[in-house]
Design a binder for this molecule. Structure first.
Ligand code: ARG
Length: 459
């Protein structure tokens, strides 16, 4: 049979394979609520502009609300033959209200319809990402506060570098995730313009009111160019881009948790709620949630690359290629929300092991920089000379199989005669972190000041 929406031009229905490649209803049914919201706004505007009668608008409105409740109740007969969510809803509306249903599509095309539906959906996801990030930031600030003065090794090249505090390390992720959050907020602000009323591509001859539909749908204004309105998917790309960067940050934190929870590091204990066991090795407690978060970024960045690749080279305006936008964005959004929720739960439950953190911080000559700085300050050496002297002392400690504070004053003076007893004051990890008072540094006072700033911002 020929198609109900465009059957006038067609003598035969589609091949089964054509239907299989063409239909999007299996996934775009997720846009049902947005599709109906857009249609309600469009119909109200058509009536206000006297393009349709008030009676037709009332029939359309009531019919659409019935369709919505059918979909929400899970007893809507989705049909692949009807291709997508837009035509499924309209066909059902016609079953319910008859002739007035045919007037809903006046001054509209599926091109501006799908653009508005998808924008509303992605806009909502930006809001959800913002909320989920806020929740994660809060548990990180809690962790930071509890361990503001817990000393741990700071790393570069995953080699012990200088002592830092657990609180400082947690707050580094707060800064990263807050930038992620602001990217979603920025993207939302930029995408918040309405494509509705662009119609197929050129606008319409009907006296529509695009400001009214934009306002009704919570957009700041209508998009200024009808060709751009139906051709643009950069709002989805921006969401995927923000999601990819955020997922990359989650992946880095997840990797640290995997390392920290290992028997070799023993920096943290993960809760049973976010760990799994082994079916053969009874001693195992595996950080599966962290590993999966570390991996999920692949799907999200994959979605970004996929949609960038779909969009590149597409001529204006709409091409059916763009139907490939939705599955990527749906999957990326679901994946990001799950990863954020898992990370939030894992961080909330995670317990830093202070003794192990401190012991690790005190090994690996982590206060060598403090010794060099002491030589600059107290013995007046140029930093490069101080570096050289300290290097010789590290070598001596290494040869003796001890750490820097375990060397005797005589050992020290054999390398440089101006070293005095007071050098030992700067060689403890507590003294080291306490001395890092520069703005943004790891001193517990500085960390607590940053925590206080964030507490206020989050309140
Ligand atoms: N299902 C289509 C999509 O997702 C809706 C738009 C169809 N427009 C068209 N001119 N065929 O892109």
């Amino acid at each position: 049979s020929s198609n109900a929406m465009w059957g006038g031009r067609f003598a035969a229905g589609p091949d089964a394979i054509m239907e299989a490649i063409n239909a999007s209803i299996d996934f775009d049914q997720r846009l049902a609520a947005q599709d109906i919201q857009g249609s309600l706004a469009h119909a109200a505007m058509l009536a206000a502009q006297d393009i349709i009668t008030d009676a037709d608008e009332k029939a359309i409105r009531e019919g659409l609300l019935t369709v919505l409740s059918e979909i929400e109740a899970g007893d809507f007969p989705f049909s692949r033959a009807l291709e997508d969510i837009h035509m499924n809803v309209e066909a059902r509306l016609r079953d319910l209200i008859g002739a007035p249903a045919g007037r809903l599509h006046t001054a509209r095309s599926r091109n501006d319809q799908v653009a508005v539906d998808f924008r509303l959906w992605v806009r909502d996801q930006c809001d959800q990402a913002e909320a989920a990030l806020t929740a994660l930031i809060k548990v990180l600030v809690d962790q930071a506060e509890a361990g503001a003065d817990a000393v741990m090794p700071g790393f570069t090249h995953l080699q012990t570098a200088q002592p830092v505090t657990w609180g400082h390390h947690m707050m580094a992720y707060v800064e990263m995730l807050a930038r992620d959050r602001s990217r979603f907020v920025d993207a939302r602000a930029r995408m918040n313009e309405s494509p509705l009323g662009a119609a197929a591509l050129a606008g319409t001859g009907f006296p529509i009111d695009r400001d009214a539909t934009a306002k009704a749908l919570g957009f700041d204004r209508p998009m200024a160019n009808s060709l751009d309105a139906v051709a643009d998917r950069d709002f989805a790309l921006e969401f995927l881009s923000a999601s990819s960067i955020c997922a990359t940050h989650l992946s880095r934190l997840a990797e640290e948790i995997v390392i920290w929870s290992s028997a070799q590091f023993r920096f943290v204990t993960l809760s049973d709620r976010f760990s799994t066991g082994s079916s053969i090795m009874p001693q195992k407690k595996n950080p599966d949630a962290a590993e999966l978060i570390r991996a999920k970024v692949a799907r999200i960045t994959g979605a970004l690359v996929a949609l960038l690749t779909v969009m590149k080279g597409l001529p204006l305006t709409y091409s059916k290629d763009m139907q490939e936008d939705k599955e990527q964005v749906f999957d990326a959004a679901d994946t990001l929300m799950l990863a954020l929720a898992a990370m939030t739960g894992m961080i909330a439950d995670m317990e830093p092991r202070r003794d192990n953190l401190r012991a690790a911080a005190a090994s690996g000559f982590s206060t060598a920089t403090d010794l060099a700085d002491w030589l600059v300050r107290e013995a007046g050496l140029p930093f490069r000379d101080a570096h050289h002297v300290t290097g010789a002392l590290v070598k001596m400690a290494e040869d003796k199989g001890c750490d820097l504070p375990d060397l005797t004053l005589a050992d020290m003076q054999s390398v440089h005669g101006d070293i005095t007893e007071s050098v030992f004051d700067v060689l403890t990890v507590e003294a080291s972190v306490a001395s890092r008072q520069s703005y943004g540094g790891t001193a517990p006072d500085q960390v607590r000041a940053q925590i206080a700033r964030w507490r206020e911002a989050l309140a």
